[in-house]
Design a binder for this molecule. Structure first.
Ligand SMILES: [Zn+2]
Length: 139
């Protein structure tokens, strides 16, 4: 059950064994992608083995941080009390220069001016407790 006081707090990421390195990278200002050394696919979601070929030979490499808006949605109605002060805000589906797509949000710009294929760049936003979130701003 959600306690009333928790509804006012934004949820923070909960790193697990597969994603701990990723979140440490974000806190350090780097978006780490997993590169499969067997089939050369690049993955955004952290995992123990390659989703395509099953190899466990995955290597973390920092992404360029550049991408473009593949799709987006502007949120006018907050999903909960913690997000009330943020509306309107833009949720982005960013296509990274390296290929993978990731869901993120826009910072530092007018959410109503977001366009398809708009160039964006990574911004790691500190959220407390030594954590940060991968967000994007217009490049
Ligand atoms: Zn692979």
């Amino acid at each position: 059950m959600i306690r009333p006081e928790d509804a006012l707090k934004k949820p923070l990421p909960l790193p697990d064994a597969d994603s701990a390195v990723f979140w440490e990278g974000i806190a350090d200002g780097k978006l780490l992608l997993q590169h499969c050394l067997a089939c050369h696919r690049v993955h955004y979601y952290q995992q123990g083995i390659c989703r395509d070929c099953g190899s466990s030979r995955l290597e973390h490499r920092a992404a360029s941080g550049r991408g473009k808006v593949h799709s987006f949605s502007v949120v006018y109605r907050a999903p909960g009390p913690a997000f009330k002060g943020d509306t309107p805000y833009a949720v982005l589906l960013v296509e990274l220069e390296e290929g993978p797509r990731m869901i993120s949000s826009l910072v530092g710009g007018d959410p109503e001016k977001v366009e398809f294929d708009m160039a964006v760049e990574l911004v790691c936003e500190p959220v407390g407790d030594g954590m940060a979130l991968p967000c994007f701003r217009r490049a």
